[in-house]
Design a protein around this ligand. Sequence first.
Ligand SMILES: Nc1ncnc2c1ncn2[C@@H]1O[C@H](COP(=O)(O)OP(=O)(O)OP(=O)(O)O)[C@@H](O)[C@H]1O
Length: 239
Amino acid sequence: MSNALAITNLTYRKNYQTILTDVNLTITPGKVVGLLGENGAGKTTLMRLIADLAKGYRGTIAVGDATAGVQRRIAVSFSEALQGFRPTTKLSAVRDFYARVYGDFSAKKYLDLITFLQLDDDLELAKLSKGTREKFIIALTLSREATLYLLDEPFSGIDSMSRKRIISSIIKWKRPEATMIISDHYVTEIAPLLDEVVVIKDRTICAHKSSDAIRQEFGIGVEAFYESLYEGAIQHDDL
Ligand SMILES: Nc1ncnc2c1ncn2[C@@H]1O[C@H](COP(=O)(O)OP(=O)(O)OP(=O)(O)O)[C@@H](O)[C@H]1O
C-alpha cells in the first residue's frame, strides 16, 4: 500500500524569499497528524502546496499514487477559506457547488455534519460569525470522502465548548484508512487526537515523531515536546 503522503526534497520560494526548504515527509495511511509551528512557520503554505493551490515548487509531492496537481486535488480535502464566494451566497449554494465539483462529496455526511455543528444552511455567508464560518468550513471539508484531509487551524475562532465537542468527535468523520493533518499552534486540545506530530521550524520540518515515541523516548507529552523543540531544550541531534 502506498503512503498517504510522500514529500521529497521540497523547496518553495515566493517573491524571492525561501518559505520552505528541503522538506521531506512520509505519512502512512490512517494517521491523525498534528502540523505544528509558530506564526509564519509555513504550515498553511505546506498544506496549499500539497493541495495544489500553490505552484512553482521544487521536489515531489505524492498523495497516495497521485503526483500530478490535478490528481492531488481529487484526493485531498483542504479547509479552504471560501474566498471565491459572494457574501450573499447561501450556505446551501456553497454545498451545491461542492457537490458538483467534488465527486466524493457526500450529501448524507454533509447533513449529519451541519446537524452536529448546529448550522443553518439557509443563511448567507456574510451573516456567519467567525466561529460559525469555521464550523461551516469544517462541515464542507469533512463531507468529502477524501484520502487526505488538511485542516488548517480549523478551530481558532470556535468557542471552547464547541471546540471540545468537535475535537472529540472529529475522527469519526473520516474512514479508518483516510489520513488527517491538522495544523495548529495551540497543541493542548488537539494533543489527545494525534498519532503523530510534525514540527516546522526554520523553514523546514525539524521533527516528525509518533506521540507514543515522544512519550517513550522523552517521557513527556506532545505539548511539552513541541515547546522543548522551540525553546531549544530538545535539539535536532536529540531526535
Ligand atoms: N504570497 C506570499 N508572498 C510572500 N510571502 C508569503 C506569501 N504567503 C506566505 N508568505 C510567507 O511565508 C511564510 C509562511 O507563511 P504561512 O502562512 O504558510 O505560515 P503559517 O505557519 O501558516 O502561519 P500562521 O500560523 O500564522 O497561520 C511567512 O513568512 C509568510 O510571510
